[in-house]
Structure formats: C-alpha cells, structure tokens
Design a binder for this molecule. Structure first.
Ligand SMILES: Cc1cc2nc3c(=O)[nH]c(=O)nc-3n(C[C@H](O)[C@H](O)[C@H](O)COP(=O)(O)OP(=O)(O)OC[C@H]3O[C@@H](n4cnc5c(N)ncnc54)[C@H](O)[C@@H]3O)c2cc1C
Length: 487
C-alpha cells in the first residue's frame, strides 16, 4: 500500500471528516480558514463503529462514491484526502504525530455509535497533547437546545417545531473555495477502493443508474428543489408517480449538503411576507431535526420502542411473509411497487414508506425492527434518527406516532395517491394493461379482463398474501392484548 507523507507541520490542522463529506458550509474547514492554517483532511472507515447499525450495503455504496468525489474535489484544490481503515481513537493520534500536528477539528455526531467514537477520540487525544474542537455540521440546532415547558425533551412534533423553527434562519458559513488551503501531498494517497466499501454482490450496480453522488450533484438537486419542487410541494408531495419531492435525503445523510444551505436557498426563493416557519417543505426539514432530538435524548430508540408497553407487543416471526414484503411480492400493488422501487433505486417515496411500513407491522404483524433493518440495508438515505422515528411512528410505538389502531388500507392508499396507477404500473409491469379500476385490487378484476391484460394472478404477479380485513382484524386483536399494560 502506498503511504502518505506530506509537508504538514504543527502549522496545519487535521480535519477528521465524518458525515460531512463536502467542501462548502463546512464548519471545520471554515475554522481552519479563520486560523489561516492548511488542512490535512482525513476520513477513517471503521466497519465496527455502528455495531449492528454499521452502514448497510446501500449506504456503503453511497459512501464509496461520496469519498471518491470529495477526493477529486480536494485534489483540484491541491490537497489529498487521506483514507484510513480502523478505530478513529487509534488512527487520529498516530496520524497527528506522523504529521507533527497538534490540532484536530471535526463535526459532532448525535447517534449513539458516533457519540461513543468521539468520546474515545477525545480520551485518546488528551494524553497525546493534541487539541481538538468539534462543530455542528449536520443540524440546524443542537438536539439539546430545545426543551419543553418542564425542561424535558419534546415528544410531540408540533410544539417542538413551534418552539425551534426560528433556527431555520441560521446562516451557512460562507467562504470562497479558493480560500481552502490543503496540505500538499508528497505521495499519492491510497484509493477509496482500498476501504472495501462496495458490497461483493452486484446489487449495488443498479444504483448507479439512479444517483449522481457528489457535492455538485447535491446542489443541482437543490436548484431543482427551489425552482420546481417547493412551489408545488404541498399539492404534489404525496403523489409517488411524480418527482414532487427534493430527493435530497441521501445527500443530507452523508453531509454532501447541509440543512442550513437548503433552508437558506428555500427561504431566499420565497416571496416576501410568506410565513417562513410554516413553509411545508421546511417543516419536513423540521421532522429531520425532531428525529435527531429524539435519538439524542432517547439513545435506546433504534432497538426499543419509546412507548414501553409496546416492548411486549405480540409480533410474529414469519420468514416467508418477510421475504414477500422485502422483494415486493405481497400481492398489494401499492406495497409491492414501493418495495420494488426501494430494491431497484435505494430510495422510496415517503407516502409509500408509510404504506409499506404500516402493512408490515399491521397486516403482517411483523416487528418494526425487521422493517427498520431492511430499510437500513437498502436505503441510500439510511439515517439512524429518521429511520427509527419513521418506523416507530408507523408502528404506533414512537413519539407523535399514529395510533396503532389506525390501519392504512393498502388498496385505497394506492387509489387516493396514485390515482392513475402510474407508479404501480412503473414498478410492476404485469399491471400495465390492467384498467385503472383494478390496478390496486387486481384480484377483483373479472377473468376476461385479467386475461386480456396479460396479468396472471399467482403467475406473473402474486395473489394477496393476506386478505385486507383479516389482516386488520388480526392486528386489532394483537393490540387488544396490550390494553391492560400501563404505558
Ligand atoms: C418507515 C420510514 C422510514 C424512513 N427512513 C428514513 C431514513 O432512513 N432516512 C431519511 O432521511 N428519511 C427517512 N424517512 C423519512 C422520509 O421518508 C424521507 O426523508 C424522504 O422520503 C426523503 O425523500 P426526499 O428527500 O425527497 O424528501 P422531501 O419530501 O423532499 O423532504 C426534504 C427532507 O426533509 C427530511 N424529511 C422528510 N420527511 C421526513 C420525515 N418523515 N422524517 C424525518 N425527516 C424527513 C429529509 O431529510 C428530506 O430529504 C423514513 C420515513 C418512514 C415512514
């Protein structure tokens, strides 16, 4: 392996990169500019950091490409991104020593594994006499900044956002990229391939057709969001057949763009006098903040329900139904289209995420943990805070969750939000010629219609794996077993 050495010295600052893989609005880079010192940028891949929540296959694919792109961007500015594998608490002090550096800047993490890593790093840097400073690069505000009237964390979104939404005015750090000065490398740094992030199976190759992973691509997406998405967001965001949402989530998850940059661009494009905090799009950014607020204050949430009584919910184990759900073969077109979109592209529309999650935890009575784990592995935007919050919301066991007894009907959800069946047909080709009336209930179509459309139930598309009313009744009966348990 080629080793890195450089002209760095204690006049340089080591910037430890984490989920902040960008050059612009980067607090550590900004602080180095203010100190007038060259930057030694370092990313450390520790496959063990997240434990059972170590990044899944789709996230690793995204990370690989994000590092590749950032490397090239840093090279254009005369530097080199140093890539290492191992424990940050061991790698950082030794790199600092090797390069004669006594100051490290990094972005704070708010998830339990990330917090544990930064604590270990701090403990290792102190005795080595290395200074460090951490910054907030990924949120509008610190999760501990907003408290309810009794000084406790919020568990309901609306009052949380009412109290905290003024922070959407926070300015991104502004500096020309030409101000970024990197330590010039003496040797070629090791390539991103050496981190071994790409999964061995070829599944991830499909993702390449759907995503352009770079900081510049995030800004192209932001421009599209400001020019096309936010103006009609309120009316189009629930329709999965149109491009009515920003698709910025994976860029946000790995910090290729910051929420401050997004909020500022959206606010600047708004007409004077509109009520900023109520902008429907920015409210979604608020949900992301709320998810981090919850995860920070309740770190056991990825594995434990917020509402304790749900820990004894009688989930069932059914590998066959789990497999049907994962690969889009439940026989319910709205559910299957969503699961096929996920497996094909690494992303799923939010309305459909709610429908598929509800179907798993209610109709199939499979635990929300099973769903969260599949999403974790297959989503390019997998984010421990938002994924946990989304799944606990769907299962009725989280903060501000829909009550468990409110059960999404997978048939009418399709008819209401994909009125012409375009989304369902896009992901399930055998439905292509089936008239609209039956797209979300193909089992009700007369035999001659089925035959002329080419749809073969039980052949090229499955029969429903459970009847809707039966699933609903079974879910309500399971809920009733919790009745006498105190929350
Ligand atoms: C079961 C379930 C699991 C989910 N898992 C994730 C996940 O792992 N990662 C993730 O980023 N989002 C997750 N979400 C939230 C949401 O579905 C996605 O953020 C959204 O679909 C991303 O698409 P977009 O960027 O076009 O969103 P837009 O509609 O354009 O929203 C803009 C941004 O706001 C944030 N946002 C939007 N909705 C939510 C929400 N409900 N909760 C938190 N933040 C939100 C995202 O950062 C998003 O990029 C989940 C939702 C559910 C119901």
């Amino acid at each position: 392996m080629i080793s890195e050495s450089s002209a760095s010295s204690n006049n340089s600052i080591l910037v430890w990169l984490r989920k902040d893989l960008r050059l612009r609005d980067h607090p550590s880079f900004h602080a180095a500019i203010l100190e007038g010192k060259p930057i030694l940028p370092v990313y450390i891949w520790d496959p063990e950091e997240g434990g059972q929540w170590s990044p899944g296959a789709a996230s690793r694919w995204w990370l690989h490409h994000a590092l590749h792109s950032l490397s090239k961007d840093i090279q254009k500015l005369g530097g080199a991104l140093i890539l290492k594998k191992g424990k940050a608490a061991e790698v950082l002090p030794s790199l600092a020593k090797e390069h004669n550096i006594n100051k490290i800047f990094y972005s704070r993490a708010y998830d339990p594994p990330g917090i544990a890593t930064q604590e270990a790093v701090e403990n290792a840097l102190d005795p080595a006499g290395i200074d460090s400073e951490s910054f907030n690069a990924s949120l509008l505000q610190e999760p501990w900044e907003t408290k309810n009237g009794t000084g406790k964390p919020f568990q309901v979104f609306t009052p949380y956002w009412r109290k905290s939404r003024e922070v959407i005015y926070r300015e991104p750090a502004k500096y020309p990229l030409s101000k970024l000065s990197f330590v010039s490398p003496k040797e070629c740094p090791s390539p991103v391939q050496d981190l071994g992030l790409l999964p061995h199976h070829s599944w991830h190759q499909k993702l390449e057709d759907h995503w352009n992973v770079s900081e510049d691509a995030a800004h192209v997406q932001l421009d599209r969001t400001v020019n096309e998405v936010t103006k009609s967001y309120a009316t189009r965001r629930n329709n999965p057949s149109v491009d009515g949402t920003s698709r910025l989530s994976p860029y946000l998850a790995w910090g290729l763009i910051s929420p401050r940059q997004i909020c500022q661009a959206v606010l600047q494009s708004e007409s004077e006098g509109s009520h900023r905090g109520e902008n429907k799009y920015l409210v979604e950014i608020g949900w992301r903040e709320f998810s981090y607020h919850l995860l920070y204050h309740f770190p056991s949430l990825p594995d434990q329900p917020l509402r304790a009584k749900y820990a004894s919910f009688p989930w069932i184990e059914d590998k066959a139904n789990l497999g049907r759900w994962q690969f889009g073969n439940t026989g319910y077109p709205m559910v299957d289209a969503g699961m096929r979109q996920l497996y094909e592209t690494g992303w799923m529309h939010n309305r459909v995420r709610m429908v598929v999650a509800s179907f798993l935890v209610k109709h199939l009575l499979l635990s929300w943990n099973d769903g969260a784990r599949w999403f974790w592995d297959t989503l390019v935007d997998a984010d421990l805070a938002s994924n946990t919050q989304g799944w606990q919301w769907a299962a009725g066991c989280g903060a501000d969750a829909a009550p468990y007894f409110r059960i999404f009907n997978p048939i009418t959800q399709g008819e209401k939000f994909d009125t012409r069946g375009e989304y369902a047909r896009r992901w399930i080709p055998p439905l292509e010629k089936l008239p609209n009336k039956w797209v979300f209930r193909p089992w009700e179509a007369p035999a001659d219609i089925l035959e002329s459309s080419g749809l073969d139930l039980g052949g090229n598309y499955p029969e429903p794996c459970i009847e809707h009313t039966e699933g609903r009744t079974r879910a309500l009966a399971a809920l009733a077993t919790l009745k006498n348990i105190q929350p």
